[in-house]
Ligand binder design. Sequence first.
Ligand code: NAP
Length: 341
Amino acid sequence: MSEPDQADNPSNTDVTGSTDVAPARDVIIIGSGPAGLTAAIYAARANLSPLVIEGEPSSTSDQPGGQLMLTSEIENFPGFVDGLAGPDLIGHMRGQAARFGTEYLTTKVERVDLSSRPFRVWAPDPSTGVAVEHRARSVIVSTGARSLMLGLEAEERLLSRGVSTCATCDGFFFRGHDIAVIGGGDSALEEAIFLTKFGETVTVIHRRKELRASKIMQDRAFKNPKIRFIWDSVVTHIRGDVKVEGVELHNSVTGEDSFLPVSGVFVAIGHVPNTDLFVGQLDMDEAGYLLTAAESSATNVSGVFACGDVQDHIYRQAVTAAGTGCMAAIDAERWLEAAEA
Ligand code: NAP
């Protein structure tokens, strides 16, 4: 990890010369999924008094906390023999970090300036809506990623009630059921192949006749006797009041409409990292995921670290996000120590 640069603005004066800005903290954590909250637990226990700017509740959850807030049951997070609900896991992590002095702001960061020091982060005050500037010597980015969705009304309503975006997380619940996977890329085929361990049948529904997935994944999927394909078709509606009953399809070539009865619908049409805030400031790959140094959470800006799904398009698990959150807090702590030396 490179040595910290000299502070460009070691005092707390803002650009107008006003001193009406809170002193710079040691660390601000942006995002409150398992990565951000694990970073907060470690940073707080290292006496760094972190501020977590945790985002806002979504239309389907009354608390921020990322994708786990949309997950009904988690059975693969180590330490919970009987599994637990995603919001409960986030609640435990949040409370654990608070116990050691983490502060939370329930608001969304609107803008960051990582070009001068201390780093500056602007977010609306939750009660007044007026943008407030926060300053920190180091920043941990854990803003996560979101699954692309089809945009159907029933999709959000039935999320965790048969609609899922993660086969590794939810496949187990569909033992012996008929399952549909939407998409034609590597994710869709990977999910479909994984789901054949549980499902009676797995039907991949793709909007074209050619798959986008790699040849090797196509070969595996075509060879799997449990997988069948419906081509040139889009899902127009997901039927079900309290749980999924099936999908309505429209064939764009023949114009025919049909119904496929399934109890699981896995939407696998891609992910988007939440990195808009950092465009032009932090290095990203072509898909917008933040780039970190090998075996480290360090970004290209010294003192800024990234963890969780915002920098991971491969594993995307709560436990891997938590692991990299731990790394980011340790990296930030060591970086701050080096800055003081
Ligand atoms: P992707 O390659 O972008 O594929 C997305 C698929 O979803 C495409 O087939 C696309 O159809 C379809 N799609 C997109 N929007 C849709 C919509 N509104 N309605 C219906 N279908 C829609 O995404 P991905 O599969 O998540 O993969 C992302 C990257 O990760 C890729 O580079 C992939 O190779 C990599 N990856 C690799 C592995 C592996 O190697 N094991 C596993 C997973 C992902 P069109 O084809 O018609 O555009």
